[in-house]
Structure formats: structure tokens, C-alpha cells
Design a protein around this ligand. Sequence first.
Ligand SMILES: NC(=O)c1ccc[n+]([C@@H]2O[C@H](COP(=O)([O-])OP(=O)(O)OC[C@H]3O[C@@H](n4cnc5c(N)ncnc54)[C@H](OP(=O)(O)O)[C@@H]3O)[C@@H](O)[C@H]2O)c1
Length: 238
Amino acid sequence: MELRGASALVTGAGRGIGRAIALALGRAGASVTGVARTAADLESLASEIQRAGGRAASYTGDVRDPAVCAGAIARAREAHGRLQILVNNAGVGAHAPVAETTDDQWQRILDTNLTAVFRLTRAALPQLTQGGGHIFMISSLAGTNPIAGMAAYCVSKAALDHFAACLMLEIRPQGVKVTTLAPGSVDTGFGGESRSGDASWMLRGDDIAAAVLDLLRTRDDALLSRVEMRPLRPARRP
Ligand SMILES: NC(=O)c1ccc[n+]([C@@H]2O[C@H](COP(=O)([O-])OP(=O)(O)OC[C@H]3O[C@@H](n4cnc5c(N)ncnc54)[C@H](OP(=O)(O)O)[C@@H]3O)[C@@H](O)[C@H]2O)c1
């Protein structure tokens, strides 16, 4: 896809992986709409994209709210024209054994990581199918690798993977690509965690962003529907 001038929306663009993807898209000439709950993060992202010569818009809101999903997609069109790239990245997790997982925790994770993706994607499809596009699902290796103490998160990503696979079959004939990108550990503040100890072995947000750009540049008639990404060397356990 020609990235210069392409309208792109990235959820969870305020920090971590989403911010890295949004910046990389902006630097490559795409017109980016960032979505997150923290306005200050989006303002600083937009300034950085604009300093790099790109175009940026923001939409502040919680993707668990159906009106925010519809509003964000509409905002992208209004700011930058027909949406061509949708990056479903916003996600949350929690460490809790099933016996201690509350209804609220379970619902927060499923609503953010799965239901919001469905709603954002459904709202974006009329634009994407008008002339082609590319949807990215930022999943996780946790979608295929079970982790004790993270059932809600693992289930949300497993369901996301299957949702993406069904969607891909549905909309590929209309020229819309769907790629599931499943990283292992990435050095971000995911879930409000501050990484203690040596994080140098982990993937970086920029690694995921570089993969997104590579995938967008594959030949129009070729689709990489699932990509797993791992740190080359596993963590050194003390
Ligand atoms: N870090 C890892 O090791 C890792 C590995 C594999 C996959 N992933 C996946 O990668 C994605 C991004 O993770 P990350 O590590 O970059 O996380 P992060 O550093 O915690 O950033 C998450 C971003 O999502 C936004 N967000 C969270 N909940 C939201 C909501 N309800 N509505 C709108 N925005 C929301 C946050 O902003 P606000 O709080 O301001 O809303 C923030 O900008 C997630 O889907 C995660 O599951 C992460």
C-alpha cells in the first residue's frame, strides 16, 4: 500500500506498542488518528508526528464505550479521509488466578481486548471495503500459549485470533487485508507494570512498528495473515 497520505487509525496510541506504530506510520507519511483515554499522551504523540512533518489527529475516549468506537472511526474520516489502515492495539491484562479473578476484571479485559475490536472493525468496514485497506490485530503469543494466572487475558487473545481469522476469510475478496500480529514480551509499561530488572532481552515497540510497516508494504495481492514475533534470546532467569 502507498503509505503517503493514507488515513490510519491506531487504538492505544498513547503509549507502548501503539505509540511506536503510530509514530512509524506518521513518519512514513500516513495521516494518523490516535485513540486512547489519556489526552496528554495523544497530544504529545500528535506533536511528535507533526514535528516529523506528518499529519495527526486525536480522539480521546475509552474503547469499551460503543459510542467511542463509532466516534473514533468517524473522526478519522473527517480528519484524513477514507480510512485505509486500522490498528486494533489497545489492550489490557491482569495477573490473577481464576479463583481470584473478579467479574469486573474479566469484563474489563474481554470488553477492551475483544468486544471493542469487533465494534471498531465493524464501524470501519464500510470505509475499508470502498477501495481496499489493511486491518492489524495486535494479539499476543498468550493467545496460543496458556499462562497460569492470566486466563482472562489468554482467552481474550485466543478469541481475538479466531475473530481475525474469520474476518480475514470474509473480507479478503473485497481487497481488505487482515493481519494478526502476535508478539512475545515487549518492553512497555503494559498493565501499569514497571519492568523490574533487565529488559534488554525483550522486543521493543519499534520492532512491532517495523513489522507493521513491512506488512503494509507487501505486494497488494499478497497477504500475510498471521505473524508471530519473539525476542531472539529468552529471558535470563535469576
Ligand atoms: N507488552 C507486551 O509484552 C505485549 C506482548 C504481546 C502483546 N501485547 C499487546 O500489545 C498491545 C499494546 O500493549 P502495550 O504493551 O503497548 O500496553 P501499554 O503500554 O499499557 O499501552 C496500552 C495503550 O492502550 C490504551 N488503552 C488501554 N485501555 C484502553 C481503553 N479502554 N480505551 C482506550 N485506550 C486504551 C492505553 O492508554 P490509556 O490508558 O490512556 O487509555 C495505552 O495508550 C495490547 O493489546 C497487548 O495485549 C503486549
